[in-house]
Design a protein around this ligand. Sequence first.
Ligand SMILES: [Zn+2]
Ligand SMILES: [Zn+2]
Length: 287
Amino acid sequence: MAGRGGGWRGLAMDAAGPMGYGPVAMHPALALLVSALAMTAIVGVRYLLASAGFAFATRVRQPGLYAGQGRQIRREIGWSLASAAIYGIPAGIVAWGWQARGWTRIYQDVHAFPLWWWPLSILAFLAAHDTWFYWTHRWMHAPKLFRIAHAVHHASRPPTAWAAMSFHPWEALTGAFVIPALVFVIPIHVAALGVVLSIMTLMGVTNHMGWELFPRSMVTGAAGRWLITASHHQRHHRDYGCNYGLYFRFWDRICGTDRGLGDFGPAPGRRADPGRDAPGVEPARPA
Ligand SMILES: [Zn+2]
Ligand SMILES: [Zn+2]
């Protein structure tokens, strides 16, 4: 089946998909399936590599932090890989549409928009994602919805570097369409989109790993008043009804749900390590 314009290029485009599968004529349904499977694999492998990397960093930096949490970690990996498929399918469909049908506002020529738009588009994506996340996350803390959709994520007590995508499929669905929808609305350079996805992965993993990656001066300083890192999200996992945001403290602050930063004291299943400074620890401060 030839794509737009027909001819060899059309054939190649149909077959190409997001990763360029080669100039083999492929039925659009098959190309879609290949693209969805490829994206699922990419999201899954990206999760495994990032989580394994930070789990290793945790072993080096805080040996024994995940002691006794083997069963929980296996559960976190299982839910996260299921989420990879839920994220991968819409992402694969959109990636196919981008390559084969010219869908989306993703652009490849960096000069197609003014250069100032490049960093601003990243901020726009993160702000939109954060807004969606804050309100859906807060909504999922309503008791009935919590049991159905969000209890899986909070079953990690305390979470580890493997909990980044540990969501019930209902919760994963609420997040799966955000970026695939935004690329139809907000123009973004393909590399800037890569930065957005990298930030998403980095923060998803590090916010759950049980220690603060970023320097204390940043976390407790001016930037930390607006940016969310592990110290902030840790408090959500400890206290539940607060600190719902994803990247920014904006919504938590204006809605009065920001209770400040948490700390990383010994928790069930975690060994106290008095000889070691708990990095990024700050006593709760008023929002
Ligand atoms: Zn929650
Ligand atoms: Zn969490």
